[in-house]
Design a protein around this ligand. Structure first.
Ligand code: RUQ
Ligand code: CUA
Length: 673
């Protein structure tokens, strides 16, 4: 909603008698006019004028679109959520790592089966993921609405979703890592999407080591996955990794503008604790061992230099990806460390690219590093020493810009375009707003100062401003992603939903104001990116005969009238069409044990004319979007007369859109029923 319209609405609302409510009058003086109606509703529902104002700020009338789309991770659901903002309505769940029946993902159609299968590391059979940090592709540091990437925190994988049709096209098991955390982020022109390991694993990968040899044998990796500019897919051959020490690598962000070409990865557990017992044999819980040091390390990775090192042939191929080994990374100046206090978590780069804000979970300050100083220190080799692996450490005092006391448990920081940072505080259940350096503060406020704090409900993890990870954030909305909801919703059993809260930023001029709660009852919606809705330019229908995986015409696509069934020995292959309200052919006769391939083209070109395809007892269910061709392949091992039907309510005769798969029992089965 544009500002003048919004202000007009508020003025109209106030004119309609809400001021009278605020003043204790009844506002019902009219003779049945609109003023009385609004006041009656407010009185009946126990709403304050503030509630009414917030409702108007968030309201999107029926049939109107939201200003923004939020792409939110679906946490343990393994999926990606699309939420409209400011209405905070879930618009869609996109299947990513977990089979999803509505979209027919992982239930027999070739698109999903191929993506899920190819995304499995050798020897694994995963059917879920923990979606964590989504990253929209960027051009010149702005979200460009082409693709979105998201990682599987649990299994060290990542997925690419094409925003042309909002379907996942590729899952990559990232080599040489087991769990993932830092990133995903894309570089400002989508050259790479980055993901790093969370917990280190024995290296070289494929070997076994006990955690008693943690320091010597375990390693992490910072992974730079090359994005194919035509398709958005990852090209592993042109990707590379940087081997990093066995600290627990944490949040990461891409340099931009002045810091373009660099990536920043926080870490904790530089103590390299593993749980179990300490050096003297006394029990030492992992979290205690990992929180002893006053400083951990922010990793500074020069990815442009990394590219050169790979080009110069100084990287080793390991499991299908080029790896810059740790000693090479040190020698070539690809990796530097900066001390960061105390059990740090978020590492976020501001829109100017100059400031890197780090939140230390056990420190009430955010620490703000100045990239200009970092660059200078690297160039002049102004080191305080090296870590135990020989990685040079920059001097904290020569690269820090400021520390700002924000409150208890600072985690993540987002930004507006006015030179403010907003930091989530898990322990304080609040967001603090502060100023960055005077070169970016546009409001005349004193630099590096806390301005205000707003409580959230409760225990916030990430937060996101509109267009928040770009070089030009919008200053209107922020969403708090709260881990706990406690008493905010009806009692739903011991497992509570999590809570998104919509906050009004008022153009960066504050005070911040809480507008709405939104329960999320599926997994932990971990992080979100919020993009202007008009950047989403999705297809309305596919071109006739499109294979949703390749986005090209399927070799199995047919037009109406070309339907056929062919047999070759034990193999039955059918080319079918789906159109309101009929499958052609609608009777398929096969013999028990035969290998069956069905190619079904939805020959519709009408918006929203989706058909489903399900066969009883065969665990087959697909969604065939207008124009799509999909293939199903199975062995007709269960004899019987099976009904197949369209699972999408597509037409008045949708219930009649059905047919038969007749599986004639084999002689042996018939003789021995
Ligand atoms: S980070 S727990 Cu996004 Cu706060 Cu992973
Ligand atoms: Cu096609 Cu229902």
């Amino acid at each position: 909603m544009s500002k003048p319209v919004f202000l007009g609405l508020i003025a109209a609302m106030l004119g309609l008698g809400l001021l009278a409510v605020a003043c204790g009058g009844d506002g019902n003086g009219g003779n049945g006019g609109g003023d009385g109606v609004l006041n009656d509703i407010a009185a009946q529902r126990g709403l304050t004028p503030e509630d009414m104002k917030h409702a108007l700020q968030q309201f999107v009338p029926p049939g109107k679109y939201d200003d923004y789309v939020m792409f939110s991770s679906g946490g343990h659901s393994g999926q990606l959520l699309v939420v409209g903002m400011p209405s905070m309505r879930i618009l869609k769940q996109i299947a990513v790592f977990t089979p999803e029946p509505w979209q027919g993902y992982g239930y027999g159609a070739d698109w999903g089966d191929k993506v899920l299968k190819e995304g499995n590391r050798e020897g694994t059979d995963l059917t879920w993921g923990d979606t964590h940090h989504p990253a929209i592709s960027e051009t010149a540091g702005e979200y460009d609405g082409r693709w979105i990437y998201i990682q599987d925190r649990a299994n060290g994988r990542m997925a690419m979703i094409d925003l042309a049709d909002l379907r996942v096209k590729q899952i990559v098991a990232v080599p040489n890592i087991q769990t993932s955390h830092g990133g995903m982020f894309v570089t400002p022109n989508s050259e790479y999407v980055h993901v790093s390991s969370k917990f280190p694993m024995p290296w070289p990968p494929g070997t076994y080591a006990d955690v008693s040899e943690y320091k010597e044998k375990f390693r992490g990796a910072s992974t730079w996955l090359k994005i194919d500019q035509a398709t958005g897919r990852i090209n592993l051959k042109e990707s590379f990794q940087v081997e990093i020490p066995p600290y627990t690598q944490d949040l990461a962000d891409a340099g931009k503008k002045v810091s373009e070409g660099f990536g920043f990865i926080g870490s904790f557990n530089t103590e390299m604790a593993t749980g179990g017992v300490d050096a003297e044999g006394k029990p030492e819980p992992l979290e205690a061992g990992a929180s002893k040091n006053n400083f951990d390390f922010l990793h500074v990775v020069n990815w442009k230099k990394g590219e050169e090192v790979v080009k110069a042939g100084k990287a080793e191929e390991m499991n299908g990806i080029k790896v810059i080994r740790l000693d090479t990374a040190i020698k070539e100046g690809v990796l530097h460390l900066i001390p960061e206090p105390k059990s740090p978590h978020g590492a976020d780069v501001d829109p100017s690219g100059r400031y890197i804000v780090v939140g230390g979970k056990l420190d009430p300050n955010v620490t703000i590093f100045d990239f200009n100083k970092v660059k200078q220190a690297i160039d002049s080799k102004d080191y305080e020493g090296k870590d135990v692996f020989g990685v040079p450490i920059l001097k904290f005092d020569s690269v820090v810009a400021a520390q700002v006391e924000v409150g208890a448990g600072p985690l993540h920081t987002q930004f507006d375009s006015q030179g403010h940072g907003y930091t989530s505080m898990f322990l304080a259940s609040a967001i603090a707003k502060f100023t960055l350096g005077e070169d970016v503060v546009k409001t005349g406020e004193e630099p590096f100062k806390r301005i205000e704090t707003i409580p959230v409900h409760y225990n916030i993890g990430h937060l996101a401003t509109a267009e928040g990870d770009t070089v030009s954030p919008d200053d209107n909305y922020m969403v708090a992603l709260n881990k706990w909801s406690i008493d905010r919703f009806a009692p739903l059993g011991p497992l509570h939903p999590q809570n998104f809260q919509l906050i009004d930023l008022k153009g960066g001029n504050g005070p911040m104001e809480l507008l709405a709660d939104m329960p999320i009852g599926m997994g932990e919606p971990h992080y979100t990116q919020i993009m202007k809705a008009d950047k989403l330019k999705a297809l309305e229908v596919y071109l006739p005969g499109t294979d949703a995986l390749t986005m090209e015409r399927s070799e199995f696509a047919i037009e109406a009238g070309q339907e056929k069934v062919e047999r070759d020995g034990n193999h039955v292959e059918a080319w079918m069409t789906a159109q309101r309200s009929h499958f052609t052919p609608d009777i398929l006769r096969v013999k028990q044990g035969e290998h069956v391939m069905l190619h079904i083209t939805n020959i519709e070109q009408t918006r929203d004319a989706t058909h489903g395809f399900a066969i009883a007892d065969y665990n087959i269910q697909a969604s065939l979007e207008p124009g799509e061709t999909a293939t199903f392949e199975f062995t007709a091992d269960k004899p019987g007369a099976y009904n197949f039907y369209c699972t999408e309510f597509c037409s008045a005769l949708h219930l009649e859109m059905a047919g038969w798969l007749l599986v004639e029992p084999s002689a042996a089965a018939a003789a021995n029923p």
